[in-house]
Design a binder for this molecule. Structure first.
Ligand SMILES: Nc1nc2c(c(=O)[nH]1)N[C@H]1C(S)=C(S)[C@@H](COP(=O)(O)O)O[C@H]1N2
Ligand SMILES: [Mo]
Length: 330
């Protein structure tokens, strides 16, 4: 498959990879400033400035995208190294380090996605066809896992709603279901019956077309590595991470609420909605706080943060749920 061409975007709006390194350095110096005020010597400042920035791992291909989305957070991003080596992708194993280690055989090219169900336009489309009409955008989002850790990740992708509209969903389409690829030869975790494979997820259609929901094709200025869901994955930042399904091969418009993998496996622990909610504990742990993996492992305020309703996106998405009892519909 020829490498797909990113859309032409004025160079002033493009974040080259080097900017990520510079942003990290800037953040470091901002974090160091209060320590200097508190009377640290200038030597330690010079030492910190001289410390060589850590080389970041490379993967895939560079991607251009428009930056400065009003939906992007200004919080310190997680290091690319952490976001690409501490993963949940059970098809590659259940340890956080497994997906980066065991996904070497995974082929994300060529790729196609089947569109089915309650829509006027259905069929199988190549990834190039899926992406062609859309401009790639950077979205820096918080990702809150149901396990109570979180990251800040600069995704590159397209608004999910803009893609879904192209298939002209019928009036019967009330939900959208997503399915992950299932390839035993390339995904060693599929040997174990941890979940009822293939991994499946779903959204109500009004959630799916909300402008915060994106389909990501990259992170940190490059295409997605396998462990983060190459070549195409969902990112729904106001919901627990398990809703953000990876390596999508099928999108179905449905009338009924679709079955979803974690809900099938433990109904009382993982609801269909899975909106981040500090007031509803997981049966085995509290969701009131989270461990933030970000800021070069150096965070003046400690890395335990209060979890916010809808993961901090309540202002944008709260109105989707005014008719819903969020305790019952966890
Ligand atoms: N197919 C598939 N998608 C998946 C998962 C998985 O195991 N399989 N794990 C989910 C969980 S629990 C989380 S927290 C996020 C993690 O995404 P990241 O590794 O890119 O940070 O992916 C989600 N998507
Ligand atoms: Mo998760």
């Amino acid at each position: 498959m020829p490498a797909y061409r990113p859309p032409r975007i004025p160079s002033s709006e493009i974040t080259p990879e080097a900017v990520w390194t510079r942003r990290r350095e800037l953040l470091k110096s901002m974090l160091l400033a209060p320590a200097l005020l508190a009377g640290c010597s200038r030597d330690s400042e010079a030492e910190a400035a001289a410390a060589a920035p850590e080389a970041e791992p490379e993967w895939g291909r560079p991607l251009s995208a428009t930056t400065g989305s009003p939906y992007s957070t200004r919080e310190a991003p997680t290091r690319a190294r952490d976001a690409t080596t501490y993963n949940n992708y059970y098809e590659f194993g259940t340890d956080k380090a497994d997906p980066a280690r065991t996904s070497g055989k995974f082929k994300s090219e060529p790729w196609s996605v089947e569109i089915a169900g309650e829509a006027e336009v259905t069929g199988t489309f190549t990834l190039e066809d899926i992406l062609k009409p859309h401009a790639l955008e950077e979205r820096i989002y918080r990702l809150r896992c149901v396990e109570a850790w979180s990251m800040v990740i600069p995704w590159i992708g397209i608004p999910l709603g803009e893609l879904l509209k192209r298939f002209k969903p019928t009036s019967k389409a009330r939900y959208v279901a997503f399915t992950t690829v299932e390839r035993r030869g390339e995904m060693p975790g599929l040997r174990y019956p941890v979940l009822d494979w293939p991994y499946r997820e779903g959204l109500r259609i009004d959630e799916a077309v909300h402008p915060l929901a994106i389909l990501a094709v990259g992170l940190y200025g490059r295409t997605l590595p396998p462990q983060n869901g190459a070549p195409l994955r969902l990112v729904v930042p106001w919901k627990y991470g398990f809703k953000s399904i990876k390596s999508i091969v099928r999108i179905d418009f449905t009338e009924k609420q679709p079955a979803t993998s974690w809900n099938l496996s433990a109904r009382e622990e993982y609801g269909f909605y899975a909106n981040v909610n500090p007031d509803v504990s997981h049966p085995r742990w509290s969701q009131a706080t989270e461990r933030r993996i970000a800021g070069d492992g150096f965070n003046l305020f400690g890395n335990r943060l209060k979890t916010l309703p809808f993961n901090g996106y309540a202002e944008q998405v709260g109105s989707l749920y005014t008719d819903l009892d969020l305790r019952r519909n966890y």
